[in-house]
Design a binder for this molecule. Structure first.
Ligand code: GTP
Ligand code: MG
Ligand code: NA
Length: 342
């Protein structure tokens, strides 16, 4: 088949990089939110999941209405860059389809940038580099939310020269990590050579480029992987108490569908816990799963989504483990064994 009639799910895109490279701020710029501003010490300490519907992406990229986007949206996973949270970077990189490695252009590749690239390399996860903080180049003239090529054209020769040598530096550093890379608008081999997208999370230059690249390039390189499948694939992020609902678990639904009332099994240190989904919640689009707020209720949800599940007995569910759905008539023991794997 031509592939045009396939149902694609939203790609799961993990944001990785060194502490303070601007991962959360980039997401804030895309969502028009201020998650970074309220983090303790400006440091991310948890994994976040945000659904970006395709309509918002269209709006940000000024794509013509008739231009096709093959995916319904992007599920973006924010991770901490602080060295002590390598477990969360591992978790994020394990459940994503693609990654954005955020690099501060004034710093180049740093310790956790290299660690993150190593994680992606090991799992053979494709990634793009967001070369962030271009507005910090000395003398940068702000062009709010402009495509990067346009923004660069309005810079002085000095700024353009500094930009060029800093890009060259990062290209050299990526080469040392084993990757060929190029500015995405000069890249002729987008399947083999890592795309670099210069951005500013403060003034928004390059943000349209980053979003457009993700929604176009990702389905192109992994049509098969993004084809919606019925088999549930679901990873637990964390356990949360929510006033209105009691104990909830935040999960990333990678594939398949979850229904209210589904029998599920989660993994705890004490063994498998079998329970059922009492409520199926999501944050509103562009809101983060980890942010406190109001939730939308659903009878059924299809992947990919960040989901909050209300269920009895899940308070000891372990982060990073799989949540298993027991279909009517299926073997519970087998499901329990699957939940306890890894
Ligand atoms: P961790 O999650 O703690 O690893 O950090 P992070 O990568 O999410 O970086 P964060 O978004 O917390 O940004 C760190 C600091 O850099 C904040 O003070 C941001 O305002 C600033 N910052 C981020 N992006 C940019 C940018 O593009 N330009 C400028 N000038 N500052 C930025
Ligand atoms: Mg952050
Ligand atoms: Na930070």
């Amino acid at each position: 088949s031509s592939g045009t009639d396939r149902e694609l799910r939203a790609p799961i895109c993990c944001i990785l990089g060194h502490v303070d490279a601007g991962k959360t701020k980039l997401l804030d710029c895309i969502r028009h939110s201020n998650v970074q501003g309220v983090e303790a010490g400006g440091i991310t300490q948890q994994i976040g999941a945000t659904y970006l519907p395709v309509e918002n992406i269209r709006e940000r990229t000024s794509l013509k209405a008739e231009a096709t986007i093959k995916v319904p949206g992007l599920l973006v996973i924010d991770t901490p860059g602080h060295q002590s949270f390598s477990n969360m970077r591992l978790r994020g990189s394990s459940l994503c389809d693609v990654a954005v490695v955020v690099v501060d252009i004034t710093q180049g590749l740093e310790k956790q940038t290299i660690e993150s690239i190593g994680l992606l390399k090991r799992r053979d996860v494709k990634f793009v580099v967001a070369l962030n903080k271009v507005d910090r180049l000395y003398g940068w003239k702000t062009c709010p939310n402009a495509p990067i090529v346009k923004a660069l054209k309005s810079q002085s020769d000095d700024v353009q020269r500094e930009f060029k040598w800093r890009v060259a530096e990062v290209v050299t550093q990526l080469k040392e990590c084993g990757f060929n890379s190029a500015l995405y608008y000069e890249n002729k081999k987008i399947k083999e050579v890592v795309n670099i997208v210069p951005t500013s999370a403060v003034s928004g230059e390059g943000i349209p480029d980053l979003l457009l690249l993700l929604v176009r390039w990702v389905p192109e390189i992994m049509m098969e992987k993004l084809t919606y499948a019925d088999t549930v694939e679901c990873t637990v992020l964390e356990v949360n108490e929510v006033k209105e609902f009691g104990t909830t678990i935040d999960v990333v639904l990678i594939n398949g569908a979850l229904k209210k009332g589904d029998q599920i099994v989660v993994c705890t240190k004490q063994g498998p816990v079998t329970t059922s989904i009492r409520h199926l919640l999501t944050p509103y689009p562009l809101k983060e799963l980890r942010a406190k707020g109001s939730y939308e209720r659903h009878e059924e949800l299809k992947a990919a989504q960040g989901v909050k599940i209300v269920a009895r007995g899940v308070q000891h569910a372990l982060a990073g483990t799989s949540l298993i759905v027991v279909k009517p008539g299926h073997d519970l023991e087998q499901a329990e064994a699957a939940a306890m794997q890894e």
